[in-house]
Design a protein around this ligand. Structure first.
Ligand SMILES: N[C@@H](CCC(=O)N[C@@H](CS)C(=O)NCC(=O)O)C(=O)O
Length: 228
C-alpha cells in the first residue's frame, strides 16, 4: 500500500524518493521517556523508518562513555546522520527529518504555516513541557535525577501548577480550532501529546474540567502514531 503522504506524488518522483529513503544509514538512539516518544511518533506520522539503538537511561548508560561521545549532554534521543554527524534536541531532529524525507510536512507547507507551528511549539515547550518535566525531575524523578543535574525539589509543586495554568489557557485557545497550532495536525500536537501522556503516567493528570484540551488529547491519542 502506498503511504498516504505519497499518494499525490507522481510515480517517478515517488520512486526517486523511495530510493533516497532506502539509501540512508541514519541511526536513532532511542530510550524510554517522552523525548524519544516525540521523535518516534513524528516518524510514524511521516512514514519514516530508521534503525534504532537502545540506550538504558534507567541504568544511567546515557551518562557515561561510549554514549557521552555521541551526545556530550548525555540525553536521548540522538540522530546519527549518514556522514556520522550527530543531531540532538527533539525539535531539531524532527525538523531535519521533515525537511529531508519525502512526504507532506508536519511543520507546514508555507512560511506562515511553519511560523505558526514553531510559535505554538515554542509556547508549549516553554510553558507546559519544561515545567511539567522539571516538576517530575524535582519530585517523583528525584532519585533518578539528583546525581545527574541540579535539582530544585522546592520548585516542583510550583512548576507543576504552572503547567496546569497554561493548559487552562490552552483550553481557551482551542475554542474554534482543532489543533494546537490551528486547524491542521502539526509537530506542535506531537510534542505536547507525548509530554502530556508522560505527565499523566507520573501523576500530573489532565484536569477533566479542561474539556477542549481533553477532547484534543483523546483525538490525538486515537492516531495510530500515538503508540509508536
Ligand atoms: N532537550 C532534550 C531533552 C532530552 C531528555 O531530557 N531526554 C531524557 C529522556 S525523555 C533523558 O535522556 N533522560 C535521562 C537523563 O537525563 O539522564 C531534547 O530535546 O531532546
Amino acid at each position: 500500500m502506498i503511504p498516504l503522504q505519497l499518494r499525490r506524488i507522481p510515480a517517478k518522483v515517488r520512486q526517486n524518493q523511495n530510493d533516497r529513503q532506502r539509501e540512508t544509514h541514519m541511526i536513532l538512539y532511542n530510550s524510554v521517556g517522552p523525548n524519544p516518544h516525540v521523535v518516534r511518533m513524528f516518524m510514524a506520522e511521516r512514514g519514516i523508518k530508521l534503525p534504532m539503538e537502545e540506550v538504558d537511561i534507567m541504568a544511567g548508560d546515557n551518562r557515561k562513555p561510549p554514549y557521552l561521545e555521541t551526545n556530550p549532554a548525555g540525553q536521548l534521543p540522538a540522530l546519527e546522520l549518514d556522514d556520522g554527524t550527530i543531531l540532538t534536541e527533539i525539535w531539531a531532529i524532527c525538523e531535519y527529518l521533515d525537511e529531508t524525507q519525502p512526504g507532506d510536512s508536519l511543520f507546514g507547507a508555507t512560511p506562515e504555516a511553519r511560523a505558526q507551528t514553531r510559535r505554538w511549539t515554542r509556547w508549549a515547550d516553554l510553558n507546559i513541557i519544561e515545567p511539567l518535566a522539571n516538576g517530575f525531575r524535582y519530585s517523583e524523578g528525584l532519585p533518578m535525577f539528583k546525581d545527574r543535574m541540579r535539582c530544585l525539589p522546592e520548585a516542583a509543586a510550583g512548576l507543576k501548577a504552572c503547567a496546569q495554568d497554561k493548559l487552562a489557557f490552552l483550553d481557551g485557545q482551542l475554542a474554534g480550532r482543532a489543533y494546537v497550532a490551528g486547524d491542521t495536525f502539526t509537530f506542535a500536537d506531537v510534542m505536547l501529546y507525548c509530554f502530556l501522556t508522560f505527565g499523566i503516567a507520573v501523576g500530573q493528570s489532565l484536569n477533566p474540567a479542561l474539556q477542549r484540551v481533553t477532547a484534543w488529547y483523546e483525538k490525538v491519542g486515537a492516531r495510530p502514531s500515538a503508540s509508536a
